[in-house]
Write a protein that binds this ligand. Structure first.
Ligand SMILES: [Zn+2]
Length: 463
């Protein structure tokens, strides 16, 4: 077995042999470290060098440390604000996580180690909710989901999405749609290429082909592409999506709307450009929320044989299973966020604290589980050492809080309320990076975001 994530995840979730899970966990947790297989791949020195160089680079341009430098272009205002944000979420999630852990330990009949959690959580979900992905996907043919999603966008934002057959595409699965205002005026367009095939990059993402701009009186409309890797259509032309796939599609489409609905004429700040890193996932995660509404899913589903929409009782089970393990998952993400942020905020050039000591200190504060001494999580934490999330991993939670808080604006008026949706379009989707994002958010919501809606949405605390 190889140490790629799908293999690791499958073993952790499904392998009945506890010793196998532990062996896999150990191999996973020591990747690229002094305890890994090959000293050549040990990242210990790389971690030290990267932290030292980042600190020096931040100093060179006048920042106290790399965390300060990172925040200069983000929505979060200060180191204290980020730390307080993460710590408050942790404090308010702790009781729920403790209850979840003890429910899992009751089911297992023993104390659980880190390599037991995913396995027993899966058993717990099967015992309690018995919702099957295979059963669900029978109701989500890709074409039906897309029509339902476009109808939702039309209803919320007063736009129309029209397929254009005369635009050249690169593959028979690719399609092109224009987006039009209520009066029929074309304001942009996008390609979709949603099925997996050999040689295509994995995952799901959007990007821009052209940004909206008008620099010299000849306006250019935005064009983007939306790519997924859903199961290719069978002989009957049918591709059935899991509910996870549906959520993914909504997510990416939320990014696409951000790109397409912009009214800004300067390309560097139109659409998704120039939007702070910790706020750029707001439109996408906001859109995900609609994929958890029965009223929306009813319009996105049709059984290929009966034509029936998703049955209500199946949706209810799906919704109940949504929050299983939410408290534990929350603590896990907060542990990573705090570790990353403190590591960069508290760096001292003369006597840098080791990344392992920092991790253990954070875990003592946050984690409910005892991790083995061999755990070398930092050595393979590529988001912060090889990607763009340095002193920014907290952004995932930050954006989730924004999205949940934004969505909760619909609570009283209903999720199709046109005046709230239109305000979201005007204040958030149209302004790109032209406006301070907190000011834009306050213009939409009437106040600053709070963490309550996310905790409520995760079933961690009632509203
Ligand atoms: Zn995204």
């Amino acid at each position: 077995m190889s140490l790629d994530y799908p293999t690791y995840d499958s073993i952790m979730t499904h392998a009945h042999d506890r010793r196998l899970r532990e062996k896999m966990y150990r191999a996973w947790a020591t990747r690229s470290s002094d305890l890994g297989n090959n000293p050549e791949w040990d990242n210990s020195d790389n971690i030290k060098n990267i932290l030292s160089l980042r600190h020096e680079a931040a100093n060179l341009v006048g920042f106290k440390n790399y965390a300060d430098y990172s925040l200069a272009t983000k929505m979060a205002g200060s180191i204290d604000e980020v730390l307080t944000f993460l710590q408050e979420l942790a404090a308010r999630s702790r009781a729920a996580a403790e209850q979840e852990l003890s429910a899992l330990q009751d089911l297992a009949g023993m104390d659980l180690e880190p390599w037991d959690i995913a396995f027993w959580l899966e058993k717990y979900k099967q015992a309690k909710f018995s919702v099957s992905n295979e059963e669900l996907r029978q109701y989500f043919p890709a074409g039906t989901v897309i029509s339902g999603l476009f109808a939702l966008a039309a209803r919320l934002y007063d736009v129309e999405l029209v397929e254009e057959d005369d635009i050249a595409v690169w593959h028979k699965d690719a399609r092109y749609f224009s987006i039009r205002n209520a009066g029929g005026e074309i304001i942009g367009g996008f390609y979709t290429d949603i099925y997996a095939r050999n040689g295509k990059r994995n995952g799901a993402w959007i990007d821009e082909c052209i940004s909206r701009q008008d620099l010299n009186g000849s306006p250019v409309l935005p064009v983007g592409y939306l790519v997924c890797n859903f199961p290719p259509p069978d002989d009957a032309g049918l591709s059935l999506l899991t509910h996870d796939d549906v959520v993914t599609l909504f997510h990416e489409f939320g990014h696409m709307l951000h790109h397409l609905l912009t009214r800004i004429d300067l390309p560097s700040i139109s659409g998704i450009n120039g939007v702070p890193w910790d706020a750029v996932e707001l439109p996408s995660q906001f859109m995900e929320n609609f994929a958890w509404s029965y009223e929306v899913l009813e319009k996105c589903s049709a059984h290929p044989e009966s034509g029936e929409p998703l049955p209500r009782e199946l949706f209810d089970k799906l919704e109940q299973s949504r929050n299983a393990g939410a408290g534990l998952a929350m603590l896990r993400q907060l542990e990573l966020g705090l570790f990353d942020f403190q590591l960069h905020a508290e760096y001292q050039p003369g006597e840098p604290v080791s990344s392992l000591d920092m991790l253990n200190a954070v875990r003592d504060e946050i984690s409910l589980l005892k991790h083995p001494d061999y755990d070398r999580l930092p050595h393979a934490f590529s988001h912060i050492f090889a990607g763009g999330y340095a002193a920014g991993y907290y952004s995932y939670k930050w954006a989730e809080v924004l999205a949940a808080d934004a969505f909760s604006a619909f609570e009283d008026a209903g999720i199709f309320d046109p005046s709230i949706a239109l305000r979201f379009r005007r204040e958030i989707l149209e302004v790109g990076g032209s406006r301070d994002i907190m000011q834009a958010y306050i213009a939409f919501r009437g106040r600053k975001p709070t963490i309550d809606a996310l905790l409520h949405q995760n079933g961690i605390q009632s509203a």
